[in-house]
Design a protein around this ligand. Sequence first.
Ligand SMILES: Nc1ncnc2c1ncn2[C@@H]1O[C@H](COP(=O)(O)OP(=O)(O)OP(=O)(O)O)[C@@H](O)[C@H]1O
Ligand SMILES: [Mg+2]
Length: 231
Amino acid sequence: MLKVKNINQYYGGGSHILRDVSLEAHLGKVTVLLGRNGVGKTTLLKSLMGLVPIKTGSIEFNGKAIHKDTPYERARAGIGFVPQGREIFARLTVEENLRMGLAYKSASTPIPAELFGLFPVLKQMLHRRGGDLSGGQQQQLAIARALAAKPRLLILDEPTEGIQPSIIKDIGRVIRMLADRGDMAILLVEQYYDFAEELADDYMVMERGEFIARGLGKNMPADGVRQLVAI
Ligand SMILES: Nc1ncnc2c1ncn2[C@@H]1O[C@H](COP(=O)(O)OP(=O)(O)OP(=O)(O)O)[C@@H](O)[C@H]1O
Ligand SMILES: [Mg+2]
């Protein structure tokens, strides 16, 4: 589904942020990327989305090279992105935020009703402004906005950051359920180890822009991943 080969990425000043990063994400699976602060996780996701250009390497999605496509084209090809810090539109209503997730569809495309089954709170809050929601509700809104266009690949950047435990549980359940339906690949960046271990079918650990460990999610305890990402 997603095949990333040997990506290298530099920021201005020449610092080497991603070093020969390769990964795959598959339908029906949750692929988790762990790593401490500042190691390059978000930079990798932005590269996949086309928000920062890659210097070398390739990104293949559904058998097609997409690394020269714009973010808009990648979204249209079926990649949904939930950015770190949520980035919902604070002054737009919940409904308007969800419509923004359909921005590249025709104007008559309805908001899929199933989103309200996944996140019932969004139905209750449909006409409230995004900025009036709690952090956890905003995260649910950001995920629902990404799901509105029915992506085949859902990319999430630290969805548990600053969120209360009960909503973290809800979000974990939704991610598992989406993967188990078998028609979506999920790439999850996460620093909350227990959440990552619970969801991971496959895992990678990044340090200073490269992967230092990877394997099956069920082997995370035996592989000592908790220690690798402990602060
Ligand atoms: N736009 C930018 N220009 C220059 N350097 C940047 C830019 N964005 C990030 N960096 C640097 O690149 C490195 C990787 O940052 P990145 O945000 O990808 O890390 P991260 O693993 O997502 O961290 P966190 O866990 O804190 O979200 C850091 O050293 C950061 O300071
Ligand atoms: Mg980050």
